[in-house]
Design a protein around this ligand. Structure first.
Ligand code: AOS
Ligand code: ZN
Ligand code: ZN
Length: 386
């Protein structure tokens, strides 16, 4: 197999999971700008996600959010997804929007609130059983606003206790993915602020617990690829929530703010096991002012482009330059790969897969955008960013 053929073969195995909430209306805490034709039901979100997969060929699963995607029959929803050519992916829990969670959820000082939160997480595992989902994705809005407000160490104990109960409920082949975030919504301390805290909890829990790296959840200047390399080395990287962070957790299109950073991250993924490992490539985005489906298609393409560039890194030349201490040559190997225009390669790949070489144009040509505007009246808010 030629080198290029190997790159194409690898790219065909990549799967980017799109989030149900990205298809709904969203915004900031200042304003939600409603768009026409957005989904009113989980089924309509899946139908939109199926369009993304139809034109990209590499977005076969859709993450659900409970309760935003609550239905009576999750097995039927999974069948609906399959009938539309996609599958249900990670189940995202929500322990942040009920009044009870004012002082936190799983770390709350009141045992009754902690019980409510853990029960919700257990319910999410029940849903995974019905949908066939592998991953439970946990992000906690828990934290404190003022020094002294609560015992930050006791909150870690409560977190460990709750996670342990949920971990014990996981079935064969199921995983718990713990996401960290160094800011928001708590102003003074958050209970899972960084990869170290997430890693420490996951390590104690066991091998089914792994860390999620949301690219938007880091301080400016953080070397995210180092975190990725370290977690992969420890076999503790469960997946990514991809998005772009311009100034805060604004969840814009991945690869928009810093495509070079995305390339460096993908380089470490390839270095640390490649695309066939169990790392989940999920998007966690909201599209507030731009058309949603094309933005998600663009995001999937951005991940694919960064991956293609990372696969093109001449690893032998890089290893040689590194061994010889040739700083500039080593850097040049990476830059050569990054500066390669991989769009023709990806257009070829899509044609090999029986797809249109240009997914965005193919989507516009499909007539789906007009169809949903005509058919869907009163679209649903994602629940996020409002
Ligand atoms: C919140 O900031 C996190 O990024 C969450 O991963 C995510 O946005 C949420 O779980 C969606 O429900
Ligand atoms: Zn996230
Ligand atoms: Zn986030």
């Amino acid at each position: 197999m030629t080198e290029l053929a190997a790159v194409k073969t690898a790219l065909k195995t990549q799967a980017v999971e799109t989030p149900s909430w990205a298809y709904g209306n969203s915004g900031t805490r200042f304003k939600v700008f409603a768009q026409q034709g957005v989904p009113r039901t989980p089924q309509e979100k899946l139908a939109d996600a199926a369009q993304v997969h139809a034109v990209t060929g590499v977005a076969p699963t859709v993450a659900l959010h409970i309760p935003w995607d609550r239905v009576d029959d999750y097995a039927a929803l999974a069948k609906f997804a399959r009938d539309h050519g996609v599958k249900l992916g990670a189940i995202n829990s929500n322990t942040f929007q009920d009044d009870a969670y004012k002082l936190g959820s799983i770390c709350h000082p009141d045992a009754a609130v902690r019980r409510k939160a853990v029960d919700h997480l257990l319910e999410c595992v029940d849903i995974m059983d019905a949908t066939g989902s592998r991953d439970l994705k946990l992000w906690f809005a828990d934290g404190t606003n003022y020094p002294g407000q609560d015992d930050i160490r006791a909150r870690q104990d409560r977190l460990a206790e709750g996670l342990t109960e949920v971990y014990a409920r996981l079935g064969e082949g199921q995983r718990m993915l713990l996401e960290y975030k160094f800011f928001e919504p708590a102003f003074y301390s958050t209970d899972v602020p960084d990869w170290g805290t997430a890693y420490a909890h996951c390590l104690k829990l066991g091998e089914k617990a792994q860390v999620v790296v949301d690219t938007g959840h880091h301080a400016p200047g953080t070397n995210i690829e180092f975190i990725v390399a370290t977690l992969l080395r420890e076999n503790k990287l469960g997946g990514f929530d991809f998005n772009s962070r311009f100034y805060a957790d604004d969840d814009l299109m991945v690869g928009a703010a810093d495509p070079f950073q995305l390339f460096r991250i993908m380089h470490e993924v390839i270095r640390g096991g490649g695309l066939s490992s169990d790392v989940a490539f999920m998007l966690d985005q909201c599209h507030n002012i731009e058309a949603k489906i094309p933005a998600i298609i663009r995001s999937v393409m951005n991940v694919q482009e960064a991956t293609a560039k990372a696969l093109l890194v001449d690893r032998d030349a890089l290893a040689t330059a590194q061994r010889e201490g040739d700083v500039l040559a080593a850097n040049a190997v990476l830059m050569d790969a990054y500066n390669t225009d991989v769009r023709p390669l990806l257009a070829d790949l899509r044609q090999d897969m029986g797809l249109d070489p240009d997914p965005i144009t193919a989507y516009h040509r499909s007539g789906w955008a007009e169809k949903i505007v005509a058919e869907r009246v009163g679209g649903q808010q994602a629940g996020w960013g409002a």
